[in-house]
Design a protein around this ligand. Structure first.
Ligand SMILES: [Zn+2]
Length: 832
């Protein structure tokens, strides 16, 4: 009975709704948009309500965040178009050759992405207002336009901000800049759960938000993509056209259309008397943004930036003396979103013809990138290309000639088996952007890193060819089905990739004892390099079902195990030798908190938890000085600002823990906190500081015209540039590497080589950057500087990683240095 009444009521309710008008966000939520911060669940409820009650909107979930919030998108267009949606979608893909068949598309597809940065919180509010406006007053535009709205790209970050703000805000809100509601606590709402900046993750797709969104993006391949952001409270509004540098792949048409949209936005802003700026600050180079990524996929990609950000709350007094309100911020974002849809709907023909042209890639200089090397690394690269639905193939037995990455010049490479990624495919321009040896840069003044070349990031030997390489071989990634042999002395496996590291972590998590060799050896005639893992029966004799467990874990990770009949080596050490060392199940602590870069902490946390799958204990800096350090074998200090934090008492405590056998790993800017500090074995490079002193006495330096100050300062810049480093591959920190490593250098800090310890990767007499921008002075300052090294202190070690190999989690080839540092370096104490 109750059920029946509910059903009748529901039917009645639906009828009333359709008969009357659709509720606005204010009517649905009970407050005017902009007078409160809406929780993500409420935003989802409004979109659901609209989709249920309007035949102009469909709404669906495309995934879940780490904290289990739904990721969603709405498709907004006429009921006729919605009925025909699959044809519209496939026509879009046929037009550019991603799906075979002919089509003459006559629709525009505009994708609006809101709130990728969680604390730039006006944009999700604007998404609701924009949705309502489109299906009430702007219906005409939808006849030929499909609008896709993602109301919140980063729900975990946005709720972190909105919930915090709702907790601390005054009633009524406090406009004073000093008020607590304008000072977000660490880490702030900008990043996602693992504290990744999702607006740096499009190309690397390391985060589940990105991975799931790309699947939908690839299904649609929109003509236009807008990424809504917020900037400082005193900068009014930024919209396209973008600033220099532009990547050379961007076409005149794309710039022209950015201009058209910018002018239309300007018309509305001028009418209302709202200030804005264009062509400054936000450039189009680094491929992992919400504007560049769509650009390189043929769309008109744009960033729109409203004043506000995590500081602004519901209202704040700006430096210019007026109140910036959330109501205004929403109105501005709504205006630019609608203006963009309008321009698209008025330019259907050109949008489609020019879009098609973008995907014709016959004129690119390099036709194929031929890559060979470690099968695990090739597989990791294949996994990345799959996320972007970029095609690749394999070739057997050949020689590729062209640009050799190893020589940084023309050269050739012979191969028995290689991966081939060609630009002769619809997404060929994106292939060029991701693989090219060096992105052309017309000004080094950019917002981000200037190098990201995948061959170096994945550590693969590569040649770029000017003629197409046929790829008709099959993938040779083997599948291993190891079989247990309880009569064997143990099992041996190689060590040279993150897949091996994940295998080791899984073994340790299962309480299996594992050894590694510090010297190469031969067993039953087979060679094993340094770092090879040895799992002996002897070490694990108390473990029931030992053989089966090892085999099961090896098969799960697809590792090839060799069965050793005897531990007797044909040459080199036997299993019982002191050179074949037991690996301790390290207890790892990881610092977080105010002094720590949230991005670096997040990347390290993510690395251990999601990639290596090995436990770390996160410890906040505000009570770190009170914990018992002896409960940990390894302490990791992510990049950060520890100078004021490491007082004498705390650094003495750390020092004595290291001296008694502890291992401290300092990453990125954490390294500088120890430089010059007594007893930590590290100093800043004399050369670099001497050079700067000299510069300051240089008269020319003092007479730089004001207008040239920016150009002049770039001499000291390194804006994410790839440097060739020398590696001591006999050091446990470098096991699995060869004698050259390409490092992504994020800044110009230069540290001298370590006296009491080991220099594992370093830059020699002649610094060589193979890709990206490095100012002349900064580059010279890197002469004989440390990249990765170990200082010995008593029986423990401090490991310095000047370049952060976990930066944004995309530099795949650097990650094994971290694992080696945790498990292999200074393996002096095994705890039972
Ligand atoms: Zn932003």
């Amino acid at each position: 009975m109750i059920k029946k009444i509910t059903l009748t009521l529901t039917l009645l309710f639906t009828f009333v709704l359709t008969a009357q008008s659709l509720k606005s966000p204010a009517e649905f939520l009970g407050y005017e948009i902009g007078t409160q911060f809406s929780r993500h669940a409420d935003v989802v409820r409004y979109f659901e309500y609209v989709a249920q009650n309007s035949d102009w909107v469909t709404y669906q979930e495309y995934g879940k965040t780490n904290e289990r919030r739904p990721l969603t998108y709405a498709v907004v267009t006429t009921p006729e178009n919605l009925a025909n949606l699959e044809t519209i979608r496939t026509n879009q893909l046929k037009n550019v050759g991603i799906v075979s068949g002919d089509s003459t598309p006559d629709k525009a597809i505009v994708w609006l992405s809101y709130n990728v940065h969680g604390n730039e919180a006006s944009s999700t509010e604007a998404s609701m207002a924009t949705l309502y406006e489109l299906i009430t007053t702007k219906k005409d535009w939808l006849k030929n336009t499909v609008v896709i709205i993602d109301p919140c790209v980063n729900p975990d970050g946005r709720d972190r901000y909105a919930n915090w703000y709702n907790q601390v805000k005054a009633t009524p809100h406090d406009k004073s800049q000093d008020a607590a509601e304008h000072h977000e606590p660490w880490p702030g709402g900008r990043p996602n759960h693992y504290l990744f900046d999702l607006n740096r993750d499009w190309a690397w797709a390391t985060q589940i938000e990105t991975q799931q969104r790309l699947k939908v993006y690839n299904k649609w391949m929109p003509h236009v993509h807008v990424d809504f952001h917020e900037q400082g409270i005193n900068e009014p509004y930024y919209f396209a056209p973008a600033a220099e540098p532009f990547h050379e792949i961007i076409t005149d048409w794309q710039s022209e259309f950015q201009n058209a949209i910018g002018k239309n936005n300007a018309k509305y802003f001028d009418e209302k008397g709202w200030l804005f700026f264009t062509k400054e600050r936000f450039d189009l180079l680094y491929p992992s943004y919400g504007d560049t990524y769509p650009m390189y996929m043929g769309a008109i990609g744009m960033t729109f930036e409203q004043a506000g950000h995590g500081r602004a709350g519901l209202g704040i007094n700006t430096d210019e003396g007026f109140e910036l309100t959330l109501v205004d911020r929403v109105a501005h974002h709504k205006t630019t979103g609608l203006s963009t849809v309008e321009v698209a709907s008025k330019n259907i023909d050109r949008l489609n013809t020019e879009y098609k042209k973008y995907f014709q890639n016959s004129d690119l200089k390099y036709k194929s990138y031929v890559l060979k090397g470690n099968p695990d690394k090739l597989a990791a690269l294949a996994e990345l290309l799959d996320k972007h639905e970029i095609k690749y193939g394999y070739a057997d037995n050949g020689k590729a000639s062209g640009f050799s990455y190893a020589k940084n010049d023309s050269g050739s490479m012979e191969y028995e088996h290689a991966m081939v990624v060609s630009t002769d495919q619809p997404k060929g321009k994106m292939v060029k952007v991701l693989f090219e040896p060096n992105a052309k840069l017309n000004t080094p003044i950019t917002y981000d890193i200037t190098a990201w070349s995948l061959p170096e990031a994945y550590g693969l030997e590569t040649v770029a060819t000017t003629s197409l390489v046929t790829a008709n071989a099959t993938n040779q990634t083997p599948v291993y089905n190891n079989v247990a042999d309880s009569n064997s002395a143990g099992y041996i496996t190689k060590w040279d990739s993150m897949k091996d590291a994940e295998f080791l972590a899984d073994l340790l998590n299962n309480d299996i004892k594992v050894r590694f060799t510090e010297k190469p050896f031969k067993n039953a005639g087979v060679d094993y390099g340094r770092g090879s893992l040895i799992i002996t029966k002897s070490d694990n004799r108390k473990l029931e079902g030992f053989d089966n467990t090892v085999i099961q874990i090896a098969n799960k990770h697809n590792r090839k195990l060799a069965t050793a009949a005897s531990s007797f080596a044909t040459s080199g050490p036997d299993f019982g030798s002191p050179d074949i060392k037991l690996i301790n199940k390290q207890r790892v602590a990881l610092l977080k908190g105010d002094q720590v870069s949230s991005l670096s902490y997040g990347a390290t946390w993510f690395f251990f938890e999601q990639q290596l799958k090995y436990p770390v204990t996160s410890i906040n800096t505000d009570y770190f000085d009170r914990i018992n350090l002896d409960d940990y074998d390894v302490i990791i200090m992510p990049s950060g600002y520890y100078n004021g934090y490491l007082n004498n008492k705390l650094s003495d405590k750390i020092k004595s823990w290291v001296q008694s056998g502890g291992k401290l790993i300092a990453i990125g800017n954490a390294v500088s906190a120890f430089a010059g500090k007594d007893g930590f074995g590290l100093s800043k490079n004399e050369d670099a500081s001497a050079k700067k002193d000299k510069d300051s006495t240089n008269v020319e330096e003092k007479l730089i015209p004001y207008a040239s100050r920016e150009e002049e300062s770039v001499k000291d810049f390194i804006t994410g540039s790839i440097f060739k480093t020398k590696v001591d591959s006999t050091n446990p920190m470098a096991f699995g590497y060869e004698d050259t490593y390409y490092s992504l250098k994020l800044g110009d800090d230069s540290f001298s080589l370590i006296d009491n310890g080991y220099n594992v990767a370093y830059i020699g007499e002649t610094p060589e950057n193979v890709s990206g921008f490095a100012g002349a002075d900064a580059k010279a300052g890197l002469k004989n500087s440390l990249v990765f090294g170990e200082a010995r202190l008593g029986s423990g070690s401090i490991i310095y990683m000047v370049d952060d190999p976990l930066f944004r989690s995309f530099w795949q080839n650097g990650k094994l240095f971290v694992v080696n540092s945790v498990f292999f370096v200074n393996n002096n104490k095994f705890r039972l």
